[in-house]
Design a protein around this ligand. Structure first.
Ligand code: TXA
Ligand code: MG
Length: 354
């Protein structure tokens, strides 16, 4: 497409002020800038400018009924965007901001309906990344930003991922290396009587329950027959071009099942990607050289590391032109809940018991 995309490499700890200033000018002038956050890269536009916000949807190919998160650089900015910031919201902002927690609150009329897709609530978060915070502060406006991927594809965790998806569609990319968490923020709805997790993410349910007492998880997340409350969660998502198949069971048994599947798929001439835990690889060392792509995701005792790697490795399977990716399930505890949510969606809920 027609636009020249400028690519800036910036320091993650001490972002160069000249580069941030130029990126902020693009935002102020209604342009699109992709930037790193601690979760995934975001595709930013001036959240007060309806025309700029509409361009985000066009660049990503995003359905227009899917609202965006407003990113702020300081906690007080929330007061200008939400009509009611109750005690729970204040407590969570105190404890988890800046960080991977998005709060859904009743919106003020000044928030454009392009941002909220016509809803009467607005999603807000303060990211924990020096580049994101510097860009928002220099722009002087809340930045509306979804993940900076083509709609439906895994979210980007590097500047290169963004460039592959959006070059020619956006004005600039700020690249400061790999993101930390690797999965998106937790979206928590505080607009009703009881807090509801609309999307599991970087801040865990356990952490939220410890503060709030009662937290509900939106049923639409685990039951494909129910409609999720966050509009974005109803779409096919996070999926690479390859078919993703989840194997569920004890690691040793998973290894047996995977060996069987690899043989069957290879016989059909399929190219295979394997994204497995260290514990499972221990039983399959010989398979590493026999498939199109093989990656050790690390120990299943370290789910943070697996979450950090997941999107990058799904993209790597596509780059290796795998037709099918075999990967495993995890306990839905801590960050495991977000990890399983993304894996189930990537797999279209296809799970094989080992
Ligand atoms: O970590 C993240 O949250 C990243 C980084 C860039 O901040 N952003 C991100 O944005 O993941 P996006 O647009 O890919 O996902 C936002 C999710 C969608 O599922 C959307 O439907 C939901 O939040 N959402 C946004 N506003 C909402 C609202 N007012 N009510 C309910 N759900 C909302
Ligand atoms: Mg997204």
């Amino acid at each position: 497409m027609g636009i020249k995309t400028t690519y800036w490499t910036v320091s993650a700890d001490q972002p160069e002020p000249e580069i941030i200033q130029r990126a902020a000018e693009i935002i102020i002038n209604g342009g699109l800038v992709a930037f790193p956050t601690e979760t995934v890269y975001g595709l930013g536009a001036d959240g007060t400018n309806p025309q700029a916000v509409r361009r985000i949807f066009a660049a990503k190919g995003r359905p227009s009924d899917n609202p965006l998160i407003l990113h702020v650089a300081c906690k007080d900015e929330v007061l200008g965007l939400a009509t009611e910031v109750n005690a729970q919201a204040r407590q969570l902002m105190q404890l988890f901001w800046p960080g991977p927690l998005t709060l859904v609150l009743p919106k003020k009329p000044c928030v454009p309906e392009e941002v909220t897709a016509g809803l009467d609530t607005v999603a807000i978060r303060m990211p924990r990344h020096p580049v994101a915070l510097a860009l928002i502060a220099a722009s002087g406006v809340p930045i509306a930003a979804p993940s900076a991927n083509l709609s439906g594809y895994p979210s980007p965790t590097t500047g290169r991922h963004v460039y592959e998806d959006l070059a020619g569609r956006i004005e600039a990319v700020l690249d400061s290396g790999e993101t930390g968490v690797g999965l998106e923020s937790t979206v928590l709805d505080l607009s009703g009587p009881i807090p509801v997790i609309l999307r599991p993410g970087g801040v865990t349910r356990e952490e939220l329950t410890a503060v709030l007492g009662t937290v509900i998880v939106d049923q639409g997340l685990s039951d494909p027959r129910q409609k999720p409350k966050a509009p974005g969660m109803k779409y096919v998502h996070y999926s690479p071009r390859a078919e993703v198949v989840l194997i569920h069971g004890p690691r040793e048994q998973n290894a047996l099942k995977i060996r069987e599947l690899v043989t069957a798929y290879a016989d059909k001439g399929k190219k295979i990607g394997l994204l497995l835990t260290r514990e499972t690889w221990r039983h399959l060392p010989d398979l590493k050289g026999q498939v199109a792509y093989a990656q050790d995701l690390g120990s299943c005792a370290r789910l943070e590391e697996i979450a950090h790697l997941l999107y990058r490795e799904l993209r790597n399977c596509d780059e290796a032109r795998a037709d099918v990716v075999f990967t495993e399930t995890y306990p839905e505890e801590g960050i495991g809940a977000a990890l399983m949510n993304r894996l189930l969606k990537a797999a279209g809920y296809k799970v094989i018991d080992s």
